[in-house]
Design a protein around this ligand. Structure first.
Ligand SMILES: NC(=O)c1ccc[n+]([C@@H]2O[C@H](COP(=O)([O-])OP(=O)(O)OC[C@H]3O[C@@H](n4cnc5c(N)ncnc54)[C@H](OP(=O)(O)O)[C@@H]3O)[C@@H](O)[C@H]2O)c1
Length: 345
């Protein structure tokens, strides 16, 4: 409802709106009365997310944040539809697990292209629009891994350190325009599908390191920053301890981080090498929540299904190996028969 004395609904563009934190943020904003423009690569997953939002409050615009033309078109579509853009929430990111030298160059480069350069592309389009309007709020989702380093996630750590640096530069550059603001929200482990959607060249998928928070908790912090901007907002009870350890005791940190990563940051389930959603979206894996929250029965069911899948894979591999052995024995036997036959002639 609009009219004298009734505030206009906020108009917010959300990237990464089809899954995890972006999706939780879009749903929360729409339920609170905002007009939300949902963006990500997969239209099917965006339409799923739209169904969870308040009816009539959203507009879906598929866009790849690593393509400047698509990002410009996204902002233009928001202005066309709602007349202005009050805020942009940038949540889109991808990553691949693996030792640096094991991650293929195209996958590493694409991760940086989306997660770091995509942030720059979205920030540029948002700030240009805010500058035309004289007002606007950009909220960028960073990460604890934009503050510390861990093994097997070099593309992500590299990108997120860049994202944090970029955001600080933008905060300084926008100081002379008090109605244009840039905020950084940096979570620790969050229960979203990002870990199973990620590429992996490590033989295992990732998992969120404990303590794990819900995507709604991060969304709440993001929504607050739209109207109450702040330089940095940490979401995660162990974030500051991790940063302190990394900065003050780097030797101890480096000794402990690899075993801790293997224990708490990687799934036990075997995974074949895959680029995951780095090069193309995987809409069937997109949802608000990952598999690490909810009731114990639900978690055990999911873990059981994945373990059964691994056992099945292992059994298939054993059968294939046994078949190869039998074929090799038969071939040896055939050669033996041939040669004795040859000797007889
Ligand atoms: N989950 C955590 O534990 C955690 C912790 C710290 C920080 N974060 C940060 O939180 C943000 C959201 O992560 P999440 O956990 O919610 O991940 P997620 O569930 O995997 O969602 C990622 C979203 O980004 C979209 N996306 C990926 N590549 C894109 C591209 N090139 N262009 C446009 N959209 C793209 C995906 O949709 P399509 O694939 O369909 O495009 C999806 O909507 C990220 O910045 C991540 O770094 C997450």
């Amino acid at each position: 409802m609009t009219g004298p004395g009734v505030p206009e609904p906020l108009v917010v563009v959300v990237t990464g709106a089809s899954s995890g934190i972006g999706r939780a943020t879009a749903v929360m904003l729409s339920n609170e009365g905002a007009h939300v423009v949902l963006a990500a690569r997969s239209k099917a997953a965006l339409l799923d997310a739209q169904r969870e939002c308040a009816p009539g409050s959203t507009h879906v615009v598929p866009a790849d944040v690593s393509r400047a033309q698509e990002v410009d078109a996204l902002l233009a579509a928001a202005v066309d539809r709602y007349g202005r853009v009050d805020a942009v929430v940038h949540s889109a990111a991808v990553l691949a697990y693996g030792r640096f030298e094991d991650v293929p160059k195209d996958v590493f480069d694409a991760s940086i292209n989306v997660t770091l350069l995509g942030t720059a592309t979205v920030a540029r389009a948002a700030l240009q629009q805010f500058s035309r309007q004289g007002t606007g709020s950009l909220v960028v989702v960073g990460s604890l891994l934009g503050k510390i380093a861990v093994p097997y996630m070099s593309s992500y750590v590299t990108a997120k350190w860049g994202v944090h640096g970029l955001v600080r530069c933008l905060q300084i550059e926008t100081r002379h325009t008090p109605d244009v603001n840039v905020s950084l929200v940096w979570p620790g482990g969050v229960n979203t599908p990002v870990y199973t959607q990620a590429g992996t060249y490590l033989g295992r998928h990732g998992r969120p390191p404990p303590p794990i928070v819900s995507p709604e908790r991060v969304a709440r912090a993001i929504v607050r920053r739209i109207e109450h901007p702040a330089r940095e907002t940490s979401v995660g009870p162990a974030n500051f301890v991790s940063v302190l350890g990394f900065r003050v005791l780097p030797g101890v940190f480096d000794t402990l981080v690899t075993p801790l990563m293997r224990l708490g940051g990687l799934s036990l389930v075997r995974a074949d090498p895959t680029p995951g959603n780095v090069l193309e979206p995987q809409p069937s894996g997109e949802a608000t929540h990952g598999e690490w929250g909810g009731s114990w029965p639900r978690r055990l069911t999911v873990a059981g299904a994945r373990a059964a899948g691994s056992l099945r894979d292992a059994a298939n591999a054993l059968v294939a190996a046994a078949n190869l052995r039998v074929e090799a024995t038969n071939a040896r036997h055939d050669r033996g028969t041939d040669s004795s036959g040859g000797a007889a002639t």
